[in-house]
Design a protein around this ligand. Structure first.
Ligand SMILES: [Zn+2]
Length: 453
């Protein structure tokens, strides 16, 4: 079962590969779109039937499955089809990629011991002019726009200003904007943003968003469906053989917003910033660069440079979020400076604990569904208990039979399990209904007969 699933998954991944460049288009909330695609229901043709298989394979191969996916998406082969950079010369990009790959390897090796996590350093410069950065859980991506912004801001501005209607900016505006971005080769800021993304991976924040946020939402939907199914069987609204309906399609829109929820991310941003300072210091780089990096990015959103800002968001933060991050960095910085370590423990998300909780929850839902099935196909004679139900009929003098025996409408006891109700009266259409009595559902029914024509 598991092998088959993994194979189907790999085939799906291969089939889904042709458009990697689009999948890198920035969606705020770091790698929201990548995470969204990595979320398993997107791989599966029949998610409900495969849910236990999905959890089993996640349990054993969670890391290798997602690593495989990163390896495929970012392989040399598939990157060949990515668009060429419009901002920076190729040889410069390759050299930059090489430098940042080495720095990432250093950051990961610093994090290996405290976080007991061996990540293979995969760094990618992604072909987008948007100044953004991403962490997939394993890979770190910086957009070319972000690299250009720090190393050659005037080139970055050329592209940004060209995309605006030329009439909307006066020469004076343009001169003021250019003067505000007058640095060159700001490597320390770039290293900070790389360290920040590396920290997200070391703290397993992307995994947290998939496994905790999205999975719990998926299980919520599954549990609700299981309750609805029992309720519908009880009231005779669905036949006993009705297939369990899909639920992932309904969950998907809310996953999108969950993965994008910026208030939830505040803590993880602050922790990634704090750990980044430590990674920088340990690598002999300058942690003081962090505030400057955020302050420079905030210039893109600054009203005094251009009304409304040049951009509305940068690295997925609005102006106040960037300012908050920058000010919270101050206390972490003084700690690093005095002690050489970060203050307070920054703990990583625990994958095994979350998987254990999700597995338990899934098992509970499956048990509930099996019990539904068992009670539905039970012989009521064998039932351990009687449950009070209330069945009314209209017109009031109609004849009610339950399993062939006449009963007075109103409240009475029925044994758990399936029963056949029949309501009839002269001049009316007889109604027959299959119901199921469950211990946890209050069955109150009113059967209203239709007149014979
Ligand atoms: Zn972040």
């Amino acid at each position: 079962m598991h092998k088959k699933f993994a194979l189907a998954l790999s085939l799906f991944l291969l089939a889904a590969l042709p458009a990697p460049a689009q999948s890198l288009m920035p969606v705020c909330g770091s790698s929201g779109d990548l995470l969204f695609q990595n979320f398993p229901p997107h791989f599966m043709e029949n998610p409900p039937e495969d849910l236990p298989a999905l959890f089993a394979s996640y349990d054993r191969d969670y890391f290798s499955l997602l690593q495989e996916r990163d390896d495929l998406i970012f392989s040399r082969e598939s990157r060949r089809s990515w668009p060429d950079s419009r901002l920076l010369p190729n040889h410069f990009l390759r050299q930059t990629e090489f430098n940042l790959s080495n720095a990432l390897a250093r950051f990961y090796s610093t994090g290996t011991r405290p976080y007991d996590l061996q990540l293979s350093p995969l760094f990618i410069l992604s072909p987008s002019n948007d100044p953004a950065a991403f962490a997939t859980g394993r890979t770190v991506l910086l957009n070319e726009g972000l690299v250009a912004f720090f190393l050659a801001p005037q080139t970055f501005l050329d592209d940004l200003l060209a995309s605006r209607k030329s009439s909307s900016l006066s020469d004076e505006d343009r001169a003021r904007i250019r003067a505000a971005f007058s640095w060159q080769d700001d490597w320390p800021s770039l290293y900070f943003l790389l360290a920040h993304e590396a920290a997200h991976n070391l703290l397993k924040h992307p995994d947290q968003r998939i496994l905790q946020t999205a999975t719990s939402k998926m299980l919520d939907h599954y549990a609700q469906r299981a309750r609805d199914q029992r309720h519908d069987l009880s009231f005779g609204k669905i036949g006993f053989g009705t297939k369990f309906a899909r639920f992932f399609s309904e969950s998907n829109p809310s996953f999108d917003s969950l993965l994008d929820d910026s208030s939830r991310q505040r803590d993880s941003e602050e922790n990634a910033d704090a750990l980044a300072l430590y990674l920088l210091a340990d690598a002999g780089l300058d942690p003081d660069a962090a505030r400057l990096a955020l302050d420079r990015l905030a210039l893109l959103l600054d009203d005094s440079i251009l009304k409304g800002g040049l951009l509305r968001r940068s690295i997925c933060n609005d102006r106040s979020a960037l300012r908050d991050r920058s000010s919270r960095l101050a206390s972490h910085l003084s700690c690093i400076r005095s002690s050489g370590r970060f203050c307070g423990a920054i703990s990583a998300f625990s994958i095994p604990e979350t998987m254990q909780a999700s597995r338990q929850r899934l098992a509970d839902i499956e048990t509930y569904r099996r019990t539904t099935q068992e009670i539905t196909s039970r012989n009521p004679q064998d039932s351990p208990s009687d449950i009070i139900v209330r069945i009314e009929v209209k017109p009031k003098d109609a004849l009610l039979t339950v399993d062939g025996s006449p009963l007075h409408p109103g409240s009475f006891q029925l044994q758990e399990g399936p029963h056949t109700l029949s309501v009839s009266r002269d001049g009316y259409l007889t109604e027959t209904r299959q119901i199921v009595v469950f211990p946890d559902i209050q069955l109150k029914l009113k059967i209203d007969l239709k007149k014979q024509k």
